[in-house]
Design a protein around this ligand. Sequence first.
Ligand code: ATP
Length: 235
Amino acid sequence: MLTVEHLDVFYGHMHAARDVGFEVKRGELVAIIGANGAGKSTIIRAIVGWVSPRAGRIVLNGAEITRRPPWERAEAGIGLVPEGKRLFPALTVEDNLRMGAYLRRGAGLETALDEVYGLFPVLRDRRRQLAKTLSGGEQQMLAIGRALVSRPTLLLVDEVSTGLMPTMVNRVLEVLRRLRDQGITVLLVEQNARAALRVADRGYVLEVGRIVLSGPAADLRQHPAVVAAYLGGAA
Ligand code: ATP
């Protein structure tokens, strides 16, 4: 579904993505793990079109999108749960969800809202509440729900674990697995390698802008380099 080839992204002289290549097949949940500053968000920004790569190709469903504007990529089925959630704090939960529906132009919106409320019943209970009054975990659910309202076929999820307590991290990641089971392809970038590799089908390890390892998540969880660097030394 998504192929990234030889991607190079610079911020001025800072070489943030170095010859990055990976693929996400339809129906997979793929995780890219890496430390702070490894370049995970940079890869997401390149896929959604917020940064312009110096070199490389991004192909979605067989069509190159490397230089397409962000809105065309959204229309082509890419949804984003951005780092830091980027909610509208002074809008209600439901209005935040409606903001995710601008591509739908009204058609099917109520059904899409119902689907999100089915996935996250707590959001239905709190639909008239301002987003800023939600807990961190609820805000993360709202950010995922907002991305789902546009019915993406490829969901990009940037650092969903930040600031959440471990039980909530696992709940949110389980939701991503359910979405995968429902047919949405998911690309997750995560500093929390343990949690990400628990739910992912396959993974890639990113270090200083470069992919250094890849494989089935179950294999990466056992890989000595991954265990030593990302899983606290114990498999
Ligand atoms: P984190 O988990 O902390 O978000 P990350 O893996 O997502 O990290 P990126 O945000 O992709 O990392 O950043 C990769 C590198 O590029 C970092 O060294 C960062 O400081 C640098 N960088 C990111 N954005 C910019 C920018 N706008 N201008 C200059 N350097 C940047």
